[in-house]
Ligand binder design. Structure first.
Ligand code: CA
Length: 722
């Protein structure tokens, strides 16, 4: 079905320009990253019935699984006067919105009781927790019922309900399971691999993957492979052994998400053996590969830093959008959608990649050729780039709503920060590098920063402009936030510069409009000025909103712009950023929200994915939901090197089993909710690479600050009188 769908498009629209987004399998559950409970499995019951739960969530079984490493455990007692129910919710995240359509609900069932078939629970599909279809008995759909083995249960979606909304299987976001009216007493069943599939699947005889690399680190092994037939492969299955004789399946990987697998064993200095196989869409298995020996090893602090830098760098290197070589918003996520700001951060991470030996300079140059060629031909509006672009076409993608279909000046400034750094890095006097520098310089000069004043005597820059909707969004840029770099580069521009006075009239404005703009962010005793002059957790803060805001305010503008050198009449920005980080740290120690896992080695409130979606978090109770993002502490390395190193080690050594993945640390975790992000985010991985490097060698700061326009802007801002 999957193959024929693609084929149909090719036949009828041979000149179609827009490539179809990759459609993800519609998986409600395959494995839980957390080993205790599954965040998306919500239980409820009324006595005397009961279903075993951990804080209202289904327990995870790591001993018996259909797809390794785990399954969901339904341990219940049913009574006629009571009831129990569990809702399995589809885990959503940004950009996971293209799904393969299906006609069957499929899951794998493991029962221990030979005579349980007629008493098995009932199941329903739902659009959300409120809108659930009719329930149908699971037992009626099993022909080969037997205990103590995995049985596939397939229920035609048409048997549930006939309605327009359900006709599109992509709308199915909840699978609900409840007590059968025939059931009395205690039972336990396991459920695994809950998904919407197609009745017709092409069954192909698969080859085993070809192992490309196997590397041991302190507490994990990193395996990568090449696949013969990615389209027909449902999963790559990973087996591990301690003795090269007895192999246990430890995990599966979706080939449309990664061609790499991290096996976190938690033990340094140990030898393992690995084999791989491919699973088809019917879950038939290919032969296994030969075994490969890999050992974990003790690692020094320097080696741990290399490890975090390299894994996070890969997000931009091997995880890039294929047509442009630029960064995706998150992985897994939309595969065609380029995120402009994250791409600028990624360029800086790639420069670190060359200097740390992850790639060669030639490889970097060839990637930059691709990137610059793409930008030259892609959508720009008065020289400014959009927030998101479609990789295959280079067109703006209004992912955040129809009005955001033009320029995004803030994303442009993040991107230009990276591009100007690359211009300095490509310093050889040869044909190739001269050419790249010229083209970067042209892109830089084409950005009409002054256009974004909206009108000639405006004290502010504006965030967006679109050819169709003009200034409709009408969002002024006012600090303190992540937009200092936008004002800074606008002042630095040699072709379309703004007056350095706008640093104070716009970014650092103290006027009423600016105060009103900031008022939601936190008030000091003096209102909501740019200057702060308040102490938080014993630390005086000179500028900033409230407690200083989410930690990314101290990262995004300062990946290239050296905060040690950045001063205005109010403060030095290394000092201010260090103070903001210290406030954030002390808040996590004090932990007024009483969240699990906060402490001296585990802190860092910033913007990230979370149990309830993407959100900016700060060092105050109303802006804290218990979610910590590793990038918060780790991208703060220059400001708090010891505390950041402690956090890095703690995240890797204590939380690595769920937090360490294919591109380094997963985006965020929330121990109070037993939740970890499934994704890595483009805005959060590179700041770790770059800021660790700025701490280690000052590399990216030195390169960016070499730019003459940058040096002039620094001086001009200092010279501005009130
Ligand atoms: Ca599983």
């Amino acid at each position: 079905m999957k193959l024929s769908g693609v084929f149909w498009i090719c036949l009828f629209f041979p000149f179609m320009q827009y490539a179809q987004e990759t459609e993800y399998n519609h998986v409600i559950f395959d494995n839980s990253l957390m080993e205790e409970s599954w965040f998306y499995g919500e239980t409820s019951y009324s006595s005397p019935s009961h279903i075993l739960n951990i804080q209202g969530r289904l327990p995870v079984n790591t001993d018996v699984a259909f797809t390794p490493g785990n399954s969901l455990q339904l341990n219940y007692s049913s009574a006629p006067e009571g009831s129990w129910k569990v809702n399995l919710k589809y885990p959503e995240w940004r950009g996971k919105d293209f799904l393969l359509k299906g006609d069957l609900l499929s899951f794998w069932l493991y029962v221990s009781d030979e005579n349980q078939k007629d008493k098995l629970p009932e199941i329903a599909i739902g659009l959300d927790e409120e809108e659930i279809s009719n329930y149908i008995p699971i037992g009626e759909y099993i022909s080969d019922y037997s205990a103590k083995k995995w049985i596939q249960v397939k229920l035609p979606l048409g048997d549930f309900i006939e309605s327009e909304e359900y006709a599109n299987s992509n709308n199915i976001k909840v699978i609900s399971i409840k007590q059968s009216p025939n059931d009395v007493g205690k039972n336990e069943i396991l459920i695994d691999q809950v998904e919407i599939i197609n009745e017709e699947i092409s069954v192909v005889e698969l080859e085993a993957p070809e192992l490309k690399s196997a590397e041991g680190f302190e507490r994990h092994v990193d395996l990568s492979w090449d696949l013969e037939d990615t389209e027909a492969t449902r999963y790559v299955k990973i087996y591990r052994s301690d003795d090269n004789e007895n192999f246990t399946a430890v995990g599966v990987q979706s080939p449309d998400e990664f061609s790499r697998y991290v096996d976190y064993t938690g033990i340094p200095g140990k030898t393992y053996y690995y084999k791989l196989s491919s699973l088809g869409y019917d879950y038939s298995e290919s032969p296994l590969t030969e075994s490969t020996e890999v050992s974990t090893r003790e690692m020094s602090d320097e080696e741990l830093l290399d490890m975090v830098q390299e894994a996070s760098f890969r997000y931009y290197w091997e995880g890039a959008e294929i047509h442009s070589g630029l960064a995706l918003e998150n992985i897994p996520g939309r595969k065609n959608m380029i995120a402009t700001g994250a791409s600028g951060f990624g360029i800086m991470a790639m420069i670190v990649g060359v200097e740390r030996g992850f790639i060669t300079k030639e490889e970097f140059i060839s990637r930059m050729e691709k990137i610059i060629g793409f930008v030259e031909n892609g959508d720009r509006f008065h020289g400014a780039l959009p927030h998101f672009m479609d990789g295959p076409t280079g067109k703006v993608e209004a992912f955040f709503g129809k009005y955001d279909d033009g320029a995004d000046l803030v994303e442009t400034s993040f991107f230009m920060q990276g591009l100007l750094t690359a211009e300095q890095y490509l310093s050889e006097d040869d044909l190739e590098e001269n050419n790249l520098r010229d083209r970067i310089s042209a892109i830089w000069k084409e950005v009409e920063w002054d256009w974004f004043k909206q009108h000639e005597d405006s004290p502010y820059l504006y965030w967006h402009w679109s050819p169709e909707h003009k200034w409709h969004i009408n969002h002024k840029l006012i600090g303190w936030n992540e937009t200092m770099i936008t004002y800074f580069l606008a002042i630095a521009s040699p072709s379309h510069g703004i007056s350095p006075k706008m640093y104070y009239s716009g970014w650092a404005s103290q006027d009423t409009i600016a105060q009103n703009y900031r008022s939601d962010w936190g008030q000091t005793s003096k209102g909501s000025m740019y200057t702060n002059n308040t102490s938080y957790f014993g630390i005086p803060l000179e500028v900033g909103v409230g407690v200083g805001g989410p930690l990314f305010f101290t990262h995004y503008s300062f990946l290239g712009l050296d905060p040690i050198k950045m001063e205005d009449k109010y403060t030095n920005y290394f000092d201010t950023n260090r103070d903001i980080v210290s406030i954030n740290y002390r808040y996590s120690l004090e932990n007024p929200g009483n969240f699990e896992g906060y402490g001296k080695n585990s802190w860092g409130l910033t913007a990230s994915d979370g149990p309830w979606g993407y959100k900016a978090r700060e060092a105050k109770v109303e802006m804290d939901d218990g979610t910590i993002a590793p990038t918060g502490a780790i991208a703060s390395f220059p400001y708090t090197p010891e505390k950041s190193m402690d956090a890095l080690k703690h995240f890797y050594r204590e939380y690595g089993s769920f937090l360490w993945g294919e591109y380094g640390f997963r985006d965020a975790f929330n121990l109070s909710e037993d939740w970890t992000a499934d994704i890595f985010m483009g805005l959060n991985q590179a700041p770790m690479v770059v800021m660790i490097e700025n701490h280690r060698s000052g590399l990216i700061w030195d390169l960016f600050m070499k730019n003459e326009n940058v040096q002039e802007a620094l001086q001009e801002i200092k010279k501005v009188e009130e």
